[in-house]
Design a protein around this ligand. Sequence first.
Ligand code: PMP
Length: 442
Amino acid sequence: MDQPLQSTLPVMDHHWLPFTNNRLFRQEPQVFAKAEGVRYWTHDGREVLDGSSGLFCCAAGHGRPEIADAVHRQLMTLDYTPHFQRAAPISFEFATALAGLLPAGLDRVFFGGSGSEAVDTALKLCLAYHRSRGEGQRSRFVSRQWAYHGVNLGGTSLAGMVANRRDFSGVTCAVSHMRHTWSEEQRYSRGQPETGLDKAEDLEEICRTYGGDTIAAVFVEPVAGSIGTIVPPKGYLERLRAICDAHGILLVFDEVITGFGRLGAPFAGQEFGVTPDVMTMAKALTNGTIPMSAVACKTGIQQTIIEAARGDRPEFFHGYTYSAHPVACAAGLAALSIYRDEGLFERGQAMSDRFLDGVFGLRNLAQVADLRGYGMMAGIQLRPGAVPGEKGSRAQRALFDAGLHVKATGDALIFAPALVVEEADLDRMLEVLQKVLGRADL
Ligand code: PMP
């Protein structure tokens, strides 16, 4: 960057920052004013490498002119379209392009504005599907300990990170939680762990307890992201698929983080060879530029709901003012073109060995207690301090001061650079991690 954008801080009284301790922020503001490629610059011009693709959304790096141009063109052509029997051509174009990337059989796409909206849409879609087949008694959902499925009320009910649920008791859905799949013997295992397949039997146990025919759907993140990257044990997703099939339960993969090449294949379903019935995606859907999410489902799920509908009413009375927003569709189409033209998923795959070698090279550092990783996504578990989560916050701050943005979650760091990252920048990110996590006094 040539010069600082603006060296004074903005007035900070009025904006209530999300997911932030606002008191602390005002004491120690961390303000990003510009971004390009895998770099941010703070308001006073300091360079900070982006080790978390923003929040795992900017797969093609920041400041892509192709997306900016497409957004500008769309704004000047058609800036908004209503629903209720109206639509824009670009939303069909985008859904068709997406269908070409999705796992075989999932080719119907419903748009929303965020990952949380996608999760709540998927919950309602599963209920609508069962109801239209005369199985309205299926109203229970299953998710997992340590799961993150967004912050709307449905996603909050599914939450397995207890802190995300605790303050909001009395929420709507009946949810049973399977155990998470991490265990002591998996410490420092790279890729899919050999142990933990037995945890899939928790689903059978829940079916025995409540009756398999009362369960609408099982929601899982194929790789649990927000807890700090927990990779599924070998055979685990396959076993969940088999149990769901045996009981007529829908399997939903929440691919808000894992989608768009993060693990290698376009989606985790393809990477692990397990096809869900319903899938959520967001974040890299538009390379993080314009808020947007999508739910994809199998053809037959949409057909069943449409065929069961009577009269002229919408068959699925659901949607958002900003569903299928034409400007977001333009950003998404431009992002998909970049992914295709630059072979970005293959690029991520080719970089993964170097990435994981670097991550697992952090093993002997003073602060490191466990390492996990798959594709271009890694979790660095830190030795906890006296209060859970404090070490993670301190590490996130110290890394920022040393020139690296990495998101902390509890006492883990989620390291997931953009798929466009160059080797030299990846090495610099790893050097900062080495330096900061090697400090005994952190
Ligand atoms: N599901 C998963 C798996 C996620 O990781 C996230 C966000 N980190 C969400 C849902 C929610 O997405 P959003 O923040 O866009 O609402």
